[in-house]
Design a protein around this ligand. Sequence first.
Ligand SMILES: [Zn+2]
Length: 265
Amino acid sequence: MSARRPVARVLTREREVDGYQLPIDISRREFLAYASIFSWIPFFRPKHVSLVGARFRITRYGHSNRRYLVIHGNEETAREVLIAHMRAHQGIAYIVENHTRTVPVESGQIDPNRMFSRVGAEANLKRLNPDWPPERLEAALAVLDHGREKLVKVLLPPSGGLTIALHNNSEAYSVRDEQPISDAASIREPDNPHAFFLCTDDEDFRKLTTSPYNVVFQKKAPPVDDGSLSRLAAGRGVRYVNLEVATGQGSRQQEMLDWLEWNLE
Ligand SMILES: [Zn+2]
């Protein structure tokens, strides 16, 4: 196939490569050549990024080094809050497309917020797929190892930027679970432990302690490697904030997100 074939011809059938919708007969190499030339044109930017069954829709607005994430598909409150937020705030949002907490991998499941380290992924895969033979576990880990860094690079912020991940929790999880493995905490709402920030940066923590909300600070990666993105961010010294509220507390989550927007650089 000629490398000079025009890219803008009629697209009849499409397939997806690296999140782009492409005519079916464009090769990946050909596509990458075009992508490097045309990447500044919004049409040519990828609309999705994925790793195993976790497929994230990308929403861009304006120019900002802020990144936003909804990683758990069943956290519909967080999804609604972030979709509304992106209509008025600049940055890039990554919102998982499926609607369950776990995503498919090989013939089983994984929690997408446990796939950011091999150790964390292995523990989660064993727990969720107890009947897997060792070779299937190895195959799933190999796929994750192969694609992990590309996804991490997308989800973590550029230098000086900030990634904000929105989550919803239930009775089973609150700030009380994070406090013992955190470097510091400011608990302004002890009676509302389900609403809290978890941050990785000194200056962000200092500012968040001036808020009326609960906040925990994890400057170092917590001792147990759970494969979460917040632990990875702490380990790499990257600015990252988890914003947790109980399921259904959308107006509270919006309020806390607005507080972040106003008060953090
Ligand atoms: Zn979550």
